[in-house]
Design a protein around this ligand. Structure first.
Ligand SMILES: [Zn+2]
Ligand SMILES: [Zn+2]
Ligand SMILES: [Zn+2]
Length: 358
């Protein structure tokens, strides 16, 4: 992140004795004449305009003011002796600096309503135009407290209940699956299916950054897109800055700054390259024990993919009929029509195991 300086703005401080708001660069109260105590902080003022006064700006750049160790008066960082009592300032306490005092709002400040008489006064006024009472700056409205989160205990009990139900259902399912009935079945039919994918060399679309395009990329079309964000400026970067805010310099003047990041846009390209993809699948099916692979007539830029085979053994036991799928050809070859098999059928009517009878 880069912090950009936009300029300087006058702050203010409120006299703890008489409540008068004083311009930040003024070291004694215009209401009662008391010096600003070192523990009275500067606050953001309503002034929505950057300072043009080069003297005030130079003082802000010189460093935080120093409070006299003898009389407490506030002096510029560059002063060697106190302007009020003449004492040496070497031992004086430097004011704090670097705190953020608020956001910077350009433009005229909102009116201030007098707490004593209710009159509306311009935002820059320090005393009421009607009754003369000091005007306190309205404190920024704190954001409304977050809506309390719904009690979590109700939700967690619901989850416990759901988990319990799921576990119960799974256990019941497992028990029912394990309870089996044995029966003897007779093979009615043996079926096979063999399929082979046909792969073609076809253009497939991809996207990549301009400097990562493969050499055989075709049909390239590019558009600028956000590639990365960095903290430092660059020629081709788009600057994105946050809301300006004011930092206390310890001199009654605030530094107006803005945090910026830099978005780098580069060409993002779509392109195609030729890749092998399945374009068709051939299938051959039949019954009996001489399964065949389908015969393919390949076009140019085509090849055969890896074939797969599936077998089915249809077994009937009484009124019921079961379909069993042998995994390998040898197993399938045992599935002779008319042969007898021992079946284990579970409570859901599904086959748990099947064995040829000796
Ligand atoms: Zn005062
Ligand atoms: Zn002094
Ligand atoms: Zn008033």
């Amino acid at each position: 992140m880069t912090t950009k300086e936009l300029g300087f703005v006058e702050l203010e401080w409120t006299c703890p004795r008489c409540n008068t708001r004083n311009p930040g660069t003024q070291t004694t109260c215009s209401g009662c004449g008391a010096p600003q105590p070192d523990n009275v902080q500067f606050e953001a003022a309503a002034a929505g305009q950057l300072l043009q006064d080069t003297e005030k700006i130079a003082r802000a750049q010189a460093g935080p003011d120093v409070h006299c160790p003898y009389c407490g008066a506030r002096n510029a960082a560059t002063a060697a002796t106190c302007r009020q009592c003449g004492g040496a300032l070497d031992e004086g306490a430097r004011r704090e600096a670097g705190n953020v005092v608020g956001a910077f709002h350009a433009g005229p400040p909102p009116d201030i309503v007098c707490a004593t008489c209710g009159a509306a006064n311009p935002g820059t006024a320090t005393t009421c135009q009607r009754c003369g009472a000091p005007l306190a700056r309205p404190k920024p409205v704190a954001s409304s407290p977050a809506t309390p989160k719904a009690s979590r205990s109700g939700g967690s009990w619901l989850i416990v209940g759901i988990v319990g139900l799921v576990v119960g259902a799974l256990a019941l399912f497992a028990i029912l699956s394990m309870r089996t009935t044995e029966m003897v079945g007779v093979v009615r039919e043996a079926r096979w299916v063999r399929s082979v994918p046909i792969e073609g060399l076809v253009p497939v679309q991809h996207t990549a950054w301009w400097d990562q395009l493969p050499q055989d990329a075709a049909g390239v079309s590019c558009q600028p897109a956000l590639r990365r964000t960095q903290d430092t400026p660059a020629d081709n970067a788009r600057e994105v800055c946050g809301t300006p805010y004011v930092v206390d310099t310890g001199t009654g003047v605030g530094r107006v700054v803005q945090d910026c990041r830099y978005e780098i846009y580069e060409d993002r390209c779509s392109y195609t390259v030729d890749e092998w993809r399945v374009v068709d699948t051939l299938e051959q099916r039949g019954t009996g024990f001489a399964p065949e692979w389908p015969v393919a007539a390949l076009q140019p830029r085509q090849r055969l993919g890896r074939g797969s085979e599936r077998y089915q053994c249809i077994v009937s036991a009484g009124e019921q009929s079961f379909t069993y799928q042998p995994r390998a050809l040898e197993e399938y070859l045992q599935c002779q029509p008319g042969s007898e098999w021992r079946l284990e059928v579970n409570s859901f009517g599904a086959l748990n195991s099947i064995q040829p009878l000796p």
